[in-house]
Design a protein around this ligand. Structure first.
Ligand SMILES: *Cc1c(COP(=O)(O)O)cnc(C)c1O
Length: 221
């Protein structure tokens, strides 16, 4: 029998990316069956956009993969999110951090997070504007129930590779400036950047965590 295209897709991506790059399979809109297949293909991290989807598949897959939240986190979903996700990649507000702090105050653990950066200052996009990043970072690094592990960006909404590259460079530059900061609540080591159409550029520009949906779950020709 011929190998399923999801397995083939993952094989092909793994072949072309360096070992240090973490490959996240973005599960939005995919069935449990498709997601199970991608785990069979070697995926160890699932990227989840909605807490609700996470909740639905978590009981079946919690021992088989890590769950990373890559969509916006609403305040009323924080409690649930803390019980499902190994990492929240979309932190962009102090209120969310305060709520996490409050929810975890009696627990002996920290929630690993990435700060989402709205690197091209796009309207209607979540994320901290780059000019506010250092202030935001220093403010949230005081909270001991989070562990700040790096930056995440979606990148600008364009097909122009030069523009994409320019903003990925800019994000890497910010990442690099924060990378050597050491504290109990900071262990900066992930730059989550690059999707199906942009991951090669992203890796070129310093990404070590890519979030791939279509190129894993759709048949390639
Ligand atoms: C959908 C999505 C991706 C993956 O996009 P593809 O183009 O399907 O690879 C990555 N990151 C986020 C935040 C997404 O919402």
């Amino acid at each position: 029998m011929e190998e399923h295209y999801i397995l083939k897709n993952i094989e092909n991506i793994l072949k072309e990316i360096p070992d240090y790059v973490h490959l996240i399979a973005v599960a939005k809109g995919r069935s449990l069956k498709e997601i199970e297949l991608c785990i069979e293909g070697g995926i160890k991290i699932l990227g989840i956009n909605y807490v609700q989807q996470g909740e639905k598949i978590y009981p079946f897959l919690k021992d088989k993969a890590d769950f990373h939240l890559i969509g916006h986190l609403q305040t009323n979903k924080i409690k649930k999110a803390l019980n499902i996700f190994n990492m929240i990649q979309t932190i962009d507000s102090i209120e969310t951090v305060k709520e996490i702090q409050n929810r975890l105050k009696s627990e002996d653990r920290k929630m690993p997070i990435l700060i989402e950066v709205n690197i091209a200052n796009e309207k209607n996009k979540f994320g901290v504007p780059p000019e506010n990043l250092f202030d935001f970072f220093s403010e949230i690094s005081k909270f001991d129930k989070i562990l700040i592990m790096g930056l995440m960006t979606i990148g600008p909404n364009t097909n122009d590779e030069n523009i994409i590259r320019k903003y990925f460079k800019k994000t890497y530059n910010l990442y690099n400036q924060l990378r050597n900061y050491k504290s109990a609540n900071v262990n900066f080591k992930y730059l989550s950047m690059g999707m199906s159409d942009s991951y090669k550029i992203a890796i070129d520009e310093g990404s070590n965590m890519i979030r791939i949906g279509r190129k894993i779950f759709l048949e390639q020709n």
